[in-house]
Design a protein around this ligand. Structure first.
Ligand code: FMN
Length: 364
């Protein structure tokens, strides 16, 4: 056997490959999901059925690939037991305090098969627990893994891409189109979610997330309740800001400008494309108003459902807004906090009233 090079632990890996997941066959999927989420504190990351080949996959972990390795729980329909044999060893989890982890696992109904204590002939503190199918899970005490939960210690080096004057578009809309397309193609979670900031008449800003539904040279469009807090704030002060944060791509787009309502006909067209429960919901939810309980919503949805059946019209208080950008900013994370920022400012004072964008680099 040839010897593989050993990379020192402190050096970040530059290798393009990643360890993604370990697959475990389980006899009762819900039982296993409960164990890994409720006893070991993981998150159910995604789940899918394959009726043709009669199996269900559930991925669990402490975060998503590629930053975190995941466990793929495979449930073959109708198979409730496996012989584990003698080949399987264990999966290992880093914990900040092995004894505390054993106590909380036991309290949550998990089975501790080896109490926390030093490994034979060493000082590393380990423990073992067993999952519902009998798979062993090793807990390895790593004091620094607890420190990772300190918010101040969360930092990341941004190294995926760069943004520069030569390779960016002169028109910010085209730059946005390219990045939005790349966000969709990269399958980032909810690439269409953007934070909308408005300012109330009391001069206090407020933010919320909305979904972009259209964009072109006239602006960025989203739909909402005109009587909501954002609707009231926009009625008093039509200036707003939008922000996309595509975490996995280490990119942010910030957009500022004046907001107007979209035409009633355009709102009607979009409203018709929404699923029926969303159309009923637009009637049933007095968005941003205090209600006495969830029952109010359920009753209201039932009432409007019975009233409008399959064809609810667009409520007069519901429709689209369009932000007409006069400022754009594109942020690309770079190494050592030397990020790339390009700002585009609209210049309309040209002789032929053509839109002209001034592109400038900002210090990170
Ligand atoms: C991912 C995501 C998408 C959302 N999209 C919309 C949307 O398109 N329109 C909307 O009115 N609310 C949307 N919401 C809910 C808003 O964030 C917010 O709760 C609601 O609009 C009320 O905000 P306001 O009281 O500030 O007006 C979304 C929330 C999330 C988390």
């Amino acid at each position: 056997m040839t010897e593989a090079a050993i990379i020192p632990e402190t050096k970040p890996s530059t290798h393009p490959m990643r360890l993604l997941h370990t697959m475990l066959r389980v006899g009762d999927l819900q039982r296993s999901i409960d164990f890994y989420t409720q006893v070991l504190g993981m998150t159910l990351l995604r789940q899918s059925d394959n009726p043709q080949y009669r199996y269900t996959l559930a991925f669990v972990g402490y975060g998503h690939n590629p930053e975190h390795a995941e466990l793929e729980l495979t449930y073959n329909w109708g198979v409730d037991h496996y012989e584990l044999g003698t080949a399987y060893g264990h999966i290992a989890l880093a914990v900040p305090d092995a004894k505390a982890a054993c106590d909380s696992i036991r309290a949550a109904g998990g089975q501790v098969t080896r109490e926390a204590g030093p490994v034979q002939g060493g000082s590393t503190v380990i423990a073992f627990v067993t999952d519902p199918d009998g798979y062993k899970v090793e807990l390895i005490e790593r004091r620094e893994s607890g420190r990772m939960t300190s918010i101040a210690d969360l930092r990341k080096s941004y190294e995926r891409a760069e943004l520069n004057e030569d390779a960016s578009h002169a028109d910010p809309l085209q730059q946005f189109g390219q990045w939005f397309g790349e966000a969709i193609a990269s399958q980032v979670s909810e690439p269409n979610a953007m934070t909308l900031a408005t300012v109330g008449s009391n001069l206090r800003p407020s933010t919320r997330v909305v979904l972009i539904k259209d964009y072109d040279e006239h602006g960025i469009v989203w739909y909402t309740n005109y009587e909501s807090r954002k609707g009231q704030e926009l009625a008093g002060n039509p200036y707003a800001a939008l922000q996309f944060h595509w975490v996995e791509l280490e990119r942010v787009v910030r957009i500022e400008g004046l907001v107007e309502k979209v035409d009633a006909a355009q709102s009607d067209d979009y409203f018709r494309t929404r699923p029926l429960d969303s159309r009923i919901g637009a009637w049933a939810s007095p968005q941003s108003q205090v209600i006495s309980g969830r029952g109010v919503l359920i009753a209201s949805a039932a009432r409007y459902g019975a009233q409008f059946l399959l064809n609810p019209p667009r409520p007069p208080h519901w429709g689209g807004y369009r932000l007409k950008p006069d400022h754009w900013q594109f942020w690309q994370g770079r190494k050592s906090r030397l990020h790339d920022r390009l700002r585009y400012t609209l210049q309309t004072a040209t002789a032929d009233h053509e839109k002209q964008w001034i592109r400038e680099r900002l210090a990170p």
